[in-house]
Design a binder for this molecule. Structure first.
Ligand code: XMP
Length: 326
């Protein structure tokens, strides 16, 4: 049997008890594999890398070195939450890298979506490589590979088509979640004591807000994406939609329209809201968000987000629209 086929005997992890049994088994296996050596992990704060981090902290504690790269394209509050949960609560060995200027400088003036993705992916590898070189005695690299990554894309996280670490930095891989489906990863994360805000997060693309700040990214428009996204998330949470809608976010295109703010004519960006449901992200339907809530969100975004004077709701299913706009 291939190392990459989920064993037929493995039961579906859908209860706390099964998650605890999985955790015990993995902790023992990780200790046996890693011994007294050091492990490196790129911790984005997404569900998969967070669960891998929590498992490894339980198994090998300070032998784990987590690297959190803030590339400036994360959602509001995310880098702070990673530091608070992993360094503050879990006492993890966490290296926080503020790479915001590096990424935004590299992306300046670049409007082609695929080039943007490649720059973000390649720069990420470069920053991570630099941090890896600063660490002494690393022998293992942990990854949040999950079973769909193996089935759908040969074990590579989707869209990460940017190569990997150089030859002289090839570590042995540690992939404790590689036979789990997403719902199982969440059950395990919950059993490990991770906060709900991390465990039940909606999917978030690797290039982050970079694919939602359309065209060439500017700092002020990126801020408009981040602030409008935070308002949308807050309102969806308050109104019971956060756990129900599969993915919801805002997009800011790189054009302006006329508007009126504080009695004066403005020339400002529109914010586009997208909220969709899907099973496998191959097709998607649009959430029927109550009109009064859309109006309330519109009122908040136009009042609170600098440089924005209109809000639009995307009514397009997939197909014909993709979920993201870029
Ligand atoms: P689309 O836009 O293709 O998106 O309908 C389907 C799902 O994939 C996510 N997505 C990405 N995830 N890197 C990622 O890690 C990317 O470049 C990327 N582009 C889209 C998207 O958010 C949706 O969940």
């Amino acid at each position: 049997m291939s190392d990459n086929v989920r064993p037929a005997s493995m039961s579906r992890i859908n209860t706390q008890a099964l998650a605890l049994a999985f955790i015990d088994e993995q902790v023992a296996a990780l200790r046996a594999q890693i011994g007294g050596k050091k492990v490196l992990l790129a911790l984005s704060g997404g569900v998969d890398s967070s669960v891998v981090a929590a498992l490894l902290i339980k198994a090998v504690g300070q032998q784990l070195v987590c690297v959190h790269v803030n590339h400036g394209l994360l959602r509001k509050g995310e880098p702070e939450q990673v530091v608070e949960v992993f360094r503050g609560q879990m006492k993890a060995n966490l290296v926080y890298v503020d790479a915001v200027d590096r990424f935004l400088d590299k992306l300046a003036g670049v409007s082609d979506p695929e080039t943007k993705r490649k720059i973000i992916g390649a720069e990420f590898i470069r920053v991570f490589e630099e941090e890896a070189r600063k660490q002494e005695g690393i022998e293992f690299l942990a990854q949040g590979t999950i079973y769909p990554d193996i089935i759908e894309s040969d074990g590579v996280k989707a869209h990460h088509n940017v190569g990997g670490l150089p030859e002289d930095l090839q570590f042995a891989l540690v992939e404790p979640l590689k036979f789990l489906f997403k719902d199982e990863v969440r059950v395990v994360g919950k059993a490990l004591g991770l906060p709900d805000g991390m465990v039940y997060r909606q999917p978030f693309p690797g290039p982050g807000l970079g694919v939602r700040c359309l065209g060439a990214i500017t700092r002020d428009r990126l801020e408009a994406v981040r602030e409008s996204d935070a308002i949308l998330r807050e309102e969806f949470a308050k109104n019971g939609l956060a756990g129900k809608v599969w993915q919801y976010f805002t997009i800011v295109p790189d054009f302006k329209s006329t508007g009126i703010k504080d009695g004066k004519r403005t020339f400002a960006w529109p914010v586009i809201i997208r909220a969709v449901n899907t099973v496998d992200a191959m097709t998607a339907t649009v959430e029927d968000v109550p009109f009064a809530l859309l109006q309330h969100i519109t009122q908040r975004i136009t009042a609170e987000v600098a440089g924005v004077s209109r809000v639009l709701y995307d009514l397009t299913p997939k197909p014909s629209g993709t979920i993201e706009w870029e």
